[in-house]
Design a protein around this ligand. Structure first.
Ligand code: C5P
Length: 397
């Protein structure tokens, strides 16, 4: 299910965050896209155009080079692009675009664009908070321009606060959302992901091999499909998704409580986490020690709540999706689990395939039939699951 590559026009305005855009070009090309870079005069003071030329494999456009030839680069470049991203976008460039000014290559490209525009602001916290800037940002959004970030944190100027450009990896993750069909527009999705951890004592616990990759991929796929996404995360071995509200909950009980707080406000619940069936009933407040008697300590177990079943049995339950990772008789167990938990859709896979790996092969089991998907990367699997959820919701509605 490989996705067609896109052509991205990357505008770089003046700001120290321009160094992050070098990595962004590399990541976008790694995703298979081609990238043309257009730089403002101020941007070239931070990173030399030659750096972007080498990374993009194409000549870099500047005010000077755009004026050469037929002088129509400011028109043609966005005609050739699927999307125009300005990262970093300075307060000055954003203000000009918000007002339709066109006095250099970047702003002229924005004014004359024939493709979607996204901007990743980067500026000092006080510049970001300035009412004039916030007015401009609101205007850009009202004009249909996507604004990525900015994030909060320490800034190059030494101050701390909102205004940091998103990291290259986050922008490379969010950009493809622009051309993803909005199958879940207006929906609120709640997911669990990762492994739970049941404490035995302050340093030891019972956990499992789930990496959280499938849950994170599904959260990304739901966000890309236009949903508002809340993720309740156990232990993750991968970065949490960008643009998603994340609550951390390590034990099954904490995960249950966090989910139940959110469940009524969501349209779709997807339980991807590998939740421990049992917790330690006699958890020790002190680290357990060998006492020299040769008798190992006894660990007593108590059953954990079944989060998926609890959500599915709520009076006004959201559309619920469960996962069944089994070692044997995968489909039989998954079919029985769908009925037992009372959910409309179960995603079945074998533990050997699924746990910790980057790809998997799943079968979608619903009341209307079963579909075995080919083995593919977890994000592709996630996109296919989202398509199936949208299809089933369409049937239900
Ligand atoms: O019962 P089993 O663990 O095999 O079911 C797997 C499905 O149920 C997954 O979707 C998992 O996230 C969910 N689950 C849950 N709470 C539990 C156990 C499993 O939500 N305590």
């Amino acid at each position: 299910m490989s996705k067609p590559p896109k052509h991205i026009l990357l505008g770089i305005s003046g700001g120290i965050a321009a160094y992050k855009s070098c990595e962004l070009v590399r990541l976008l090309r790694k995703q298979g896209h081609s990238v043309s870079v257009a730089m403002s005069r101020a941007a070239a003071e931070f990173v030399a155009p030659q750096t972007f030329q080498a990374l993009s494999g194409q000549s870099v456009w500047t005010d000077h080079s755009a004026a050469a030839g037929n002088g129509m680069a400011h028109i043609n470049l966005s005609r050739e692009a699927d999307v125009f991203l300005i990262a970093p976008a300075s307060a000055n460039t954003l203000a000009k675009i918000a007002h339709g000014l066109a006095d250099n290559l970047l702003t002229t490209l924005a004014a004359a664009r024939a493709c979607p525009l996204a901007v990743a602001p980067a500026m000092n916290v006080e510049m970001w908070r300035n009412p004039a800037n916030l007015r401009n940002i609101a205007q850009l959004q009202a004009d249909g321009i996507t604004v990525f970030g900015p994030a909060s944190g320490s800034q190059a100027c030494g101050e701390t606060g909102q205004g940091r450009m998103l990291e290259a990896a986050e922008l490379a993750e969010l950009l493809p959302d622009l051309w993803t069909p909005k199958l879940l527009a207006g929906k609120r999705v709640l997911l669990t992901a990762g492994a739970t951890f049941e404490a035995i004592d302050p340093v030891r616990g019972i956990t499992n091999l789930s990496s959280g990759r499938m849950g994170v991929a599904l959260a990304q796929a739901c966000r890309a499909a236009g949903a508002e996404v809340v993720l309740v995360a156990g232990q993750l071995q991968v970065a949490p998704p960008a643009g998603v509200a994340v609550h951390h909950a390590h034990s099954a009980q904490a995960m249950h409580d966090a989910v139940m707080r959110e469940a009524c406000a969501c349209d779709i619940f997807i339980g991807v986490a590998a939740v421990a069936d049992y917790r330690v009933a006699n958890r020790s407040a002190e680290k357990l020690k060998k006492d020299g008697s040769g008798t190992p300590p006894t660990i007593e177990l108590a059953e954990n709540p079944d989060i998926l079943a609890a959500v599915a049995h709520l009076p006004d339950a959201p559309f619920c999706v469960g996962f069944a990772a089994e070692s044997h008789h995968v489909l039989e167990h998954a079919r029985a689990k769908r009925l037992r938990k009372g959910v409309p859709l179960i995603v079945a896979n074998s533990v050997a395939d699924a746990m910790g790996s980057a790809s998997n092969q799943v079968t979608l089991i619903s009341g209307s039939g079963e579909t075995a998907l080919p083995e593919m990367g977890k994000r592709d699997t996630a996109d296919a699951i989202v398509a199936e959820i949208a299809r089933l919701l369409g049937q239900a509605g």
